[in-house]
Design a protein around this ligand. Structure first.
Ligand SMILES: [Zn+2]
Length: 73
């Protein structure tokens, strides 16, 4: 037997085990979102967001090497 909850992302029915517990992770078959079970009666999910918020800014340094022009003639 299984229970049904609703995906908070796409509102699709998501099946979980009857003995699933709060805090367990299910994944939506429709949008493949990772869903943490936050309630069992009724079954509710919370979408797990990517905690990897990598806002890396790469700074490119321009090393302009003006050649040494020694022309003493
Ligand atoms: Zn979904």
């Amino acid at each position: 037997m299984s229970k049904l909850g609703k995906c908070p992302v796409c509102s699709e029915d998501v099946e979980i085990d009857t003995d699933a517990e709060i805090g367990e992770i299910a994944s939506c078959p429709e949008c493949e979102a990772e869903l943490e079970i936050i309630s069992l009666k009724p079954v509710k999910f919370e979408a797990l967001e990517d905690l990897l918020d990598t806002d890396e800014e790469e700074e490119l340094e321009d090393d302009d090497d003006s050649g040494s022009g020694n022309n003493g003639w």
